[in-house]
Design a protein around this ligand. Structure first.
Ligand code: NZQ
Ligand code: ZN
Length: 393
């Protein structure tokens, strides 16, 4: 196992009706900026639950945070924080609202252009305290210190990380996810699945606990994801998906093991340039990327094939039949693609009317952002990215 430090201070409050706990989590003295998205919380009753819970608190609202939250919008949130002397941020929504709130929380104390936070990795000394009410299980943002921000004018999508942006608490009520359209349930399951893969499908370092935990999350998502589409009103299924998505990216499974994140890096460029949902970009890139990394990742792909997909094959320690092992590796990749497709997520660029003419500018963007040695071994070059994109057509 590799050495590691681990810190995760986020208090999780999980269960039906738990939004009412907000009044206990945020002190009365705080002036709150309530950040939310395009209005789903008004249609599903979450907005009313939050306002009722915080009836005695002073609240300023900041609605309109888009999917793939935009810098151009969020700077207005920063201005509002300063003008209204806000001292607590409450994010009510999915990953975009939470990430956008993290950016506002950090940007409020940054006196230059806040875009530096993502583009120049400007050091964050301080951020406003933040709490979240999660409405879409997917990103893990409710229990991590990451944020991904997009910029409309330059079509960029970049991430930042700081211990100062961990939420103080996150309320996870699975029943608020009943109003999600099936495409968003599918997006969430696939995003969480790929988060686990980025931390699991690398190379073995003798970390059986992390491996088993990762495999448990993968199996749960593969079992519960289709169930959520078939039985959309099943609370337990929603609860299992919600907790799996949080566990997929609160970094517990990623400690002491190598991590990859190249599918995410490439997908962020695809989303920024072509406007696809985050999870759909991942579903396009992931199978092709793993195909080109199949030698480097071979041991873990075989382990995944045996323990998660339960594909029938001889002992994985046998060095006998190489061809047979190669075909198991390819079958595992194909089965993963089938899982995404079975969730209703298309896995080819052509499914989204994107053709080879998009590839040169995606490669330029990757190069411009210095993303030229990706993967757990830094072996994915721009040339590999080109091949991956071509195979994704
Ligand atoms: O805007 P509203 O009206 O709220 O509607 C949203 C949005 O249209 C809707 N929605 C959310 N909860 C709902 C609901 N509709 C009905 N009922 C509910 N309960 O769903 C749509 C998508 O929401 P969004 O927040 O954009 O989705 P998601 O949670 O998938 O977040 C995606 C963003 O997170 C970033 C992605 O890059 C993307 O920008 N990520 C953040 C990460 C992190 N912080 O660690 C890691 C991830 O890899 C990812 O990059
Ligand atoms: Zn993701």
């Amino acid at each position: 196992m590799l050495d590691f430090n681990f810190l995760n201070p986020v208090k999780i409050i999980f269960g039906k009706g738990k939004i009412a706990r907000l009044s206990k989590e945020i002190l009365r003295k705080h002036k709150i900026l309530m950040v939310y998205g395009g209005g789903s919380i008004k249609r599903n009753g979450v907005y009313q639950q939050v306002r009722e819970a915080l009836i005695e608190h002073q609240i300023v609202e900041f609605p309109g945070v888009e999917s793939n939250p935009k810098y151009e919008t969020l700077v207005k949130g920063i201005e509002l924080v300063r003008k209204e002397k806000i001292d607590f941020i409450l994010a009510v929504g999915g990953g975009s609202v939470i990430d956008g709130s993290k950016f506002i929380a950090a940007g409020a104390f940054y006196d230059k252009d806040p875009w530096d936070i993502v583009s120049k990795h400007a050091k964050i000394q301080k951020a406003l305290p933040l709490g979240t009410v999660l409405t879409l299980p997917a990103t893990g943002s409710e229990m991590n210190a990451n944020s991904v921000i997009s910029r409309r004018d330059s079509q960029e999508k970049l991430a930042f990380h700081s211990v100062h942006i961990f939420p103080q608490f996150s309320i996870l009520d699975p029943s608020v996810t009943f109003s999600l359209p099936s495409e968003q349930i599918a997006n969430g399951v696939v995003d969480a699945f790929v988060h686990v893969m980025e931390q699991y499908l690398t190379y073995p370092v003798n970390a059986p606990l992390q491996d088993r935990m990762a495999e448990a999350i993968l199996i749960t998502l593969m079992e519960e994801g289709p169930k959520a589409l078939l039985s959309p009103q099943d609370y337990d299924t929603r609860a299992n998906i919600m907790w799996s998505a949080t566990m997929a990216l609160n970094h517990l499974i990623g400690v002491g093991v190598p991590s990859d994140w190249s599918t995410h890096t490439m997908s962020h460029e695809l989303t920024a340039s072509c406007g696809l949902d985050h999870a759909r970009s991942l579903a396009i890139i992931f199978p092709s990327l793993v195909y080109f990394q199949r030698k480097e990742k071979r041991a873990k792909i075989l382990q995944y094939a045996e323990r998660v997909l339960r594909l029938p094959f001889p002992s994985i320690s046998s060095d006998g039949d190489q061809d047979k092992m190669d075909s198991i590796v390819e079958l595992a990749i194909e089965r993963t693609r089938q899982f995404f497709e079975g969730m209703g997520i298309k896995t080819r660029l052509r499914d989204y009317a994107i053709n080879e003419s998009a590839i040169p500018s995606l490669l330029e963007k990757l190069e411009g952002h210095g993303m030229v040695k990706l993967g757990e071994r830094g072996s994915i070059t721009l040339d590999t990215c080109k091949q991956i994109l071509e195979r994704s057509l």
